[in-house]
Design a protein around this ligand. Structure first.
Ligand code: FAD
Length: 407
């Protein structure tokens, strides 16, 4: 039954949750329904490739709120439900069971989907995994047996985190990366080198400038791989970590502006003023261009921005990106976005193995990667929040106190 002023949120993940929670925090009592394909209550994904995969964290600790919270806050949940179609003229959604759901305002928080390997090169063989959902991690955890041979395709954060978990569990791990180095898309050479060294010290074989020709299978299950340089490898299981694409199909079919993600303005509005998009699926303004951010920071903050706009505050959302990755005892924290950097400064930290890499473009400070160096992270993040520069002379001098930058 349609109730006036209804907000419907498609996607019961981090961003969708953030919209609903912030609206209630603002004491906005409009009817809210969240529709999500997953059977689970909204949960955080980062531990799926870290402590949860390792078995050191239970699922209830991943939940963003316990079940009763939704009831107390009168947030309707329609889980295990796929939204098939968006009709912008009638302002309603068609759900997979054929029922219709009407909205006044709509938020698309549909997330992203990992890229899969094509079937022609073995992508559909049993034993080939991506990591996105609880079910993926649960399944993987049952097959990650000590002594098994794991091939990881792609040297991005998810692949590297999975490598660390696998070594911890006693698997033999080979990671291949098509580019000339791991983390080529997201981090500077210095960051990548120091992370590579930690993996190699833990016994991971990393092969850069090496692509996959095909996976080899027997009776429908993966048994090995042929690499671009002709090498043949045995593999009991394969994890594919080659990036993700925005879930923008619903928006595209409804005629909303979509590029590599659902195009939104700085209020997170799509090309339809009654429809917003937030999180991994949204392509948002950044500098002269646009960017899609796959991070908890963006899902939470952009979701909150949508709520504020819905509640009547016309404030622009200007992302303050930050991110982290845990691998073994290595904690990487980044603040800012290094897009278009033309110079880096690498700074030795106070502790053994700690390091930070500072990114600049035409002399302007853009971002910092901090490896086991919370001080550098905090200083960099504060500078970015304050819109201040990071004086290269201070940064480059490992004996100079970073607090000087903040003074
Ligand atoms: P999601 O949380 O994916 O939620 C979207 C939901 O929408 C999904 O449940 C999907 O099923 C549902 N949906 C999509 N289409 C439909 C439809 N038509 N009908 C119904 N439901 C639909 N970020 C960090 O900052 N730090 C990290 O260390 C980190 N580690 C990560 C590790 C892993 C393994 C993964 C997968 C992600 C990690 N991230 C990390 C990224 C972060 O988790 C995401 O950026 C965040 O979850 C995005 O939130 P979202 O709400 O946009 O998407």
């Amino acid at each position: 039954v349609y109730v006036e002023n209804t907000l419907v949120i498609v996607g019961a993940g981090q961003a969708g949750f953030s919209v609903a929670a912030k609206l209630r925090a603002l004491d906005d009592q409009r009817p809210i329904t969240m529709v999500g394909l997953a059977p689970d209550l909204p949960y955080q994904r980062p531990p799926l490739s870290k402590k949860y995969l390792l078995g050191e964290m239970t699922f209830d600790r991943l939940l963003l709120r316990p079940p009763e919270w939704y009831e107390q806050n009168r947030i309707g949940l329609r889980l295990s439900t796929w939204v098939e179609e968006l009709d912008r003229v009638a302002k309603q959604l068609r759900l997979q069971d054929g029922s219709l759901l009407a909205y006044d305002k709509l938020v698309l928080a549909t997330g992203s989907t990992p890229r899969h390997l094509p079937g022609e090169i073995g992508g559909t063989l049993a034993g080939v995994y991506t990591i996105r959902d609880k079910a993926d991690a649960d399944h993987l955890a049952t097959v990650m047996k000590p002594g098994s041979k794991l091939l990881i395709i792609g040297g991005g954060y998810i692949g590297l985190e999975a490598a660390a978990v696998a070594r911890h569990l006693g698997l033999e791990v080979t990671l291949i990366e098509m580019a000339d180095r791991i983390l080529a898309r997201v981090a500077a050479r210095e960051t990548a080198s120091s992370i590579r060294a930690v993996h190699e010290a833990h016994g991971v074989t990393i092969r850069e400038t090496t692509g996959l020709k095909r996976l080899i299978g027997m009776d429908g299950a993966v048994t090995g791989a042929e690499l671009s340089d002709g090498t043949l490898l045995d593999a009991d299981l394969v994890i594919v970590g080659i990036g993700a694409t925005a879930n923008d199909g619903l928006a595209r079919a409804a005629g909303l502006a979509v590029q590599n993600g659902i195009v939104v303005d700085d209020r997170a509005r799509t090309s339809d003023p009654d429809i917003f998009a937030a999180g991994d699926c949204a392509l948002l303004p950044w500098g002269e261009g646009s960017v899609r951010l796959e991070s908890v920071q963006n899902a939470v903050d952009q979701g909150e921005a949508v709520a504020s706009v819905l509640a009547g505050a016309e404030v622009p959302y200007r992302p303050k990106p930050w991110f982290w990755s845990d691998q073994y005892d290595l904690k990487l924290q980044t603040a800012g976005l290094n897009l278009g950097y033309d110079e880096t400064i690498t700074r030795r930290g106070q502790r053994e193995g700690s390091l930070s890499v500072w990114y600049y473009r035409q002399g302007r400070f853009l971002a910092v990667d901090a490896i086991n160096d919370a001080k550098a992270y905090v200083a960099g993040k504060k500078l970015l929040e304050m819109g201040r520069e990071a004086d290269p002379r201070v940064v480059a001098n490992p004996d100079a106190d970073l607090k000087q930058l903040l003074a």
